[in-house]
Design a protein. Structure first.
Length: 160
């Protein structure tokens, strides 16, 4: 069952690369006491994710922050090193926290996994965005497979 508006994010551990090394953070620690624009996607370095999804949030980071978003975060079922390299390629440092969910723990816990085994990609995440306040989902936008619209940075800005 997929997570829905009003639900608290389930407990999971995510990882990201910082200038001082790899940080492991629980969802309780990362989302607690903050307003976070989170977007999830099938994978780093994939076509739509690289051409439109991540770049939109990097481009509109200051506008999202000006509307009260404390942190913008991207999560994918990739390891934290891949997410870190992808973020560097798109100049996400200081704008978007690149969270690795390498084993898909978080993605499964929120019920938004996507089976891309036939395409050689294994289990991935559906494309979505959510606004999370103090660990509670306040808005959730899940894309239909192959679509990119409701989870974009532009859609998030309009909704704030």
């Amino acid at each position: 069952m997929a997570i829905k508006v009003g639900d608290r994010l389930p407990s999971a551990t995510l990882r990201y690369v910082t200038p001082t090394g790899v940080e492991a953070v629980t969802t309780e620690e990362f989302f607690g006491g903050k307003k976070i624009a989170l977007f999830g996607l099938p994978g780093a370095f994939t076509r739509t994710c690289s051409q439109r999804h991540l770049p939109g949030y990097v481009t509109h980071a200051a506008e999202l922050n000006a509307k009260g978003v404390d942190t913008i975060a991207c999560v994918a079922a990739n390891d934290h090193f891949v997410m870190g390299a992808w973020g560097k390629e798109h100049q996400a440092d200081g704008k978007v926290v690149m969270l690795g969910d390498g084993s898909g723990e978080f993605t499964r816990a929120i019920g938004l996994e996507l089976d891309r085994t036939k395409e050689g990609m294994g289990i991935r995440s559906q494309r979505y965005s959510m606004l999370v306040e103090n660990g509670v989902v306040k808005a959730l936008n899940i894309e239909q497979p192959g679509q990119f619209d409701v989870s974009s940075a532009e859609a998030m800005l309009k909704a704030l």
